[in-house]
Design a protein around this ligand. Structure first.
Ligand code: NAD
Length: 420
């Protein structure tokens, strides 16, 4: 389910989050209003030639939420239910995510209302090139740098980079991130989200007194973010992965799974289900399993008032965006569950996107060990910042991450002053 399917308007939620933190850190009215408004929004309606020779008009958006701390950064989503309010909310969350990990970016997001599953590669290419051209006045390495999101990928980014470069008359690799390596993509980008998540889990486990080596892990959503987190917790930190799931169901093995073999099984059969020697488990059983670490890495709105008190994990690391509803946060906090909020736990992806952009504009590329080493530094420092803020303000990690992020953006706006 996308946020736009939910009865709650995601932009209303995003604004409420700002208000809650603004009250706590005593932000004045004017500054608070700035933080509750997107800086710039573009709606584009554009025709695309379909394979049958007809034309259809598509609608797309690009929202630049705030650029006080640097150029805007945020993905582009292709989905039938994209709405302007959803894009605004996602752009706000990108602003806070970049600020939590203290990379020099503001936040943006883009979307096109379309059904990519019902379109051919040729139609998707024409749609992407025309959308890129329509938003070209707003994007660029110094202004706003898009990246992949739901149903867009490195091929989409290659088309955007090419369309933008054709108009400029020279190659501009730094206009998008998440590109193929051959076009200026970064080593390590593919596994950055899961890798970043594994570092944050390692750090939080020390503070929470939870063992990772020999500890048990359940992962909901064995896709990119989930499988990489599982592999790294298993290979580098000695954790026992006892349960994983995907959209077709879940599997459990008390003695532990080899996540690489599960990945291989999923590649061959299309699902983790049916992996030899495992017992089938439901989505609820995954979320409620008695493990040391639960990694929700699939969808929004998974931990709610309904099941929060049944969560059996000591640490919940949100590789996915928005898996926990605010109502559940309080329950988990009271149960002394350590929640590692999405804007921290999955920020490894945007961090290595930042490295990709930095490499592109220097024209100087780093080896994998340098990318991973720098990613580790950013994630360790960011977790420490969030934990310190949580202790100081006596709040849970999500509120702490928002306090840190919103304070950083507010400070940048304040010190720049209001123009003119
Ligand atoms: P993905 O498509 O690679 O993986 C998603 C996985 O979730 C798939 O295995 C799918 O089968 C599974 N899934 C879907 N519905 C499910 C259900 N009902 N129960 C259990 N599993 C289900 O996507 P991804 O890139 O890994 O993204 C997953 C989440 O992580 C999303 O919320 C995304 O926004 C977030 N995220 C990803 C990145 C990244 O760099 N990949 C960065 C930041 C945040």
């Amino acid at each position: 389910m996308t946020p736009s399917d939910s009865p709650i308007n995601p932009f209303e939620t995003a604004k409420q989050q700002v208000d809650i933190v603004a009250d706590r850190i005593h932000l004045n009215g004017g500054l608070r209003e700035v933080l509750k408004h997107p800086k710039r929004e573009l709606t584009v309606n554009f025709p695309v030639r379909l394979d049958d020779g007809s034309f259809r008009v598509f609608t797309g958006y690009r929202v630049q939420y705030n650029m006080a701390r640097g150029p805007c950064k945020g993905g582009i989503r292709y989905h039938p239910q994209v709405t302007l309010d959803e894009v605004r909310a996602l752009a706000a969350w990108m602003t806070w995510k970049c600020a939590v990990v203290n990379i020099p970016y503001g936040g943006a997001k883009g979307g096109v209302i379309c059904d990519p599953k019902a379109m051919s590669q040729g139609e998707l290419e024409r749609l992407t090139r025309r959308y890129a051209t329509e938003i070209a006045p707003l994007i660029g390495p110094e202004m706003d740098i898009p990246a992949p999101d739901v149903y867009t990928d490195s091929q989409t980014m290659a088309w955007i980079m090419d369309s933008y470069s054709m108009q400029k008359g020279y190659s501009v690799p730094g206009v998008v991130t998440g590109k193929p390596i051959s076009l200026g993509g970064s080593e390590g980008r593919g596994e950055a989200t899961g890798r970043g998540c594994s570092y944050v889990i390692r750090e939080a486990a020390k503070d929470a007194g939870v063992r990772v080596k020999g500890g048990t892990v359940a992962v909901q959503g064995f896709g990119n973010a989930g499988s990489v987190t599982a592999n790294l917790l298993h290979d580098e930190q000695g954790a026992t992965i006892v349960a994983v799931s995907d959209s077709k169901g879940g599997i459990y093995k008390a003695e532990g799974l080899n996540p690489h073999s599960v990945e291989e099984h999923k590649r061959k059969t299309g699902s983790v289900v049916g992996f030899p020697g495992t017992k089938s488990v439901s989505n609820d059983e995954i979320l409620e399993s008695k493990v040391d670490i639960l990694v929700p890495a699939a969808l929004e709105n998974q931990i709610t008032k309904r099941n929060a008190d049944k969560v059996g994990a000591k640490i919940v690391a949100e590789a996915a965006n928005g898996p926990t509803l605010p109502e559940a946060d309080t329950v988990l906090f009271q149960k002394k569950v350590t929640v590692l909020p999405d804007i921290l736990a999955n920020a490894g992806g945007v961090t290595v996107s930042y490295f990709e952009w930095a490499q592109d504009i220097q024209g100087f590329f780093w080896p994998l060990n340098e990318v991973n080493g720098r990613l580790e530094q950013v994630m360790v420092r960011s977790y420490a910042d969030v934990h310190k803020t949580a202790v100081e303000h006596k709040v849970h990690n999500r509120t702490a991450a928002y306090i840190l992020a919103i304070q950083r953006v507010a400070d940048a706006i304040k010190i720049r002053g209001f123009y003119p």
